[in-house]
Design a protein around this ligand. Structure first.
Ligand code: CP
Ligand code: NVA
Length: 310
């Protein structure tokens, strides 16, 4: 078995390793105390290391947070968009992985099909990081739990309610319930229900997971409400109209939030579609943690990168 420290999915770790990454992220965030973003961390733990980032799908947060995170750790990055690579002309992901491994110390991949990530992992000889696939978004989850803990304390005391599409981000929240101990409730229309294998794995590993079609039921008494785009990057645009109809009752608005705890917070990985999965009043309101969540992508990536490459 490979000894490489890949960061592929939240369900592939023991909780202590994930906790270590979060603690390291928090310590580095505190040590910088809002200082200049371009100044590296004093210990330069990744000096001499290079991260390649391969983007088969677009990104703002993942791209910039990994790039700046790597620089703050003393390392370097190279950004490779699919259409700049021979991948676009049919070179396989396997060969791309073999070759990139000769130049760089780690590879982050954002892609559509999770099988592309698996193909890369099978052939790369350096650590691989999942920067989002159609199946999961584990780096996002690390920033999300870091943010939730900063605002509300002990994760084991939190009730998290997801309202909307049971998508890739939902899967990582489900995995996180087993690893970090929060209760997870998911309200999704039946055709867009969350991954049954993720729910099964999380329950087997002690998580309290509730799956319902009622947004009101999921949100009732919750500490944190989460939503995400109704149409993800990997979704077929032609089905988008139907998805909008199915998902309309799952919009997070003031009325739905009124069923949660009085001090409940709202989270969203961004990019957001105001007036679809959440109203502007909520995402731009005082209970929204979306901007802290986005900032914490940077800090969380540094915890992940030092674990993979340290
Ligand atoms: N949340 C997130 O992954 O954002 P990007 O698609 O901009 O990377
Ligand atoms: N579920 C969304 C998340 C974007 C960060 C997507 O996959 O497009």
């Amino acid at each position: 078995m490979s000894q490489l420290r890949h960061f592929l999915d939240i369900d592939q770790f023991d909780g202590a390793a994930l906790r270590g990454m979060l603690d390291s992220a928090k310590a580095r965030k505190d040590a910088r105390a809002g200082g200049p973003k371009g100044v590296p961390d004093e210990d330069l733990p990744l000096a001499g290391k290079v991260l390649a980032m391969v983007f088969i799908q677009p990104s703002t947060r993942t791209r910039v947070s990994f790039d700046i995170g790597m620089r703050q750790l003393g390392g370097q990055t190279i950004v490779l968009n699919a259409d700049d690579l021979q991948l676009d002309r049919g070179e396989t992901m396997a060969d791309t992985g073999r070759v990139l491994s000769r130049y760089v110390d780690a590879i982050m991949l954002r892609t559509k099909g999770h099988e592309m990530l698996e193909e890369l992992v099978a052939h790369a000889t350096v650590p691989v990081i999942n920067g989002l696939t159609d199946a999961s978004h584990p780096c996002q989850l690390m920033a999300d739990v870091m943010t939730l803990e900063e605002h509300r304390g002990d994760l084991k005391k939190q009730i998290v309610a997801w309202s909307g599409d049971g998508n890739n981000v939902a899967t990582s929240w489900i995995h996180g319930a087993a690893q970090f101990g929060y209760e997870m409730r998911l309200a999704c229309p039946e055709p867009l229900s969350p991954s049954t294998s993720a729910v099964h794995w999380a329950r087997e590993n002690g998580a309290n997971i509730i799956v319902t079609e009622s947004a009101e039921e999921a949100v009732s008494g919750a500490d944190c409400i989460v939503s995400d785009a109704w149409v993800s990057m990997h979704d077929d645009d032609e089905a988008a109209g139907n998805r909008h109809n199915m998902l309309a009752p799952y919009q997070v608005n003031a009325q739905l939030m009124s069923h949660a705890k009085d001090d409940a917070v709202f989270m969203h990985c961004l990019p957001v579609h105001r007036g679809e999965e959440v109203t502007a009043e909520i995402i731009d309101g005082p209970r929204s943690l979306a901007w802290d969540e986005a900032e914490n992508r940077l800090h969380a990536q540094k915890g992940i990168l030092t674990w993979c490459l340290g």
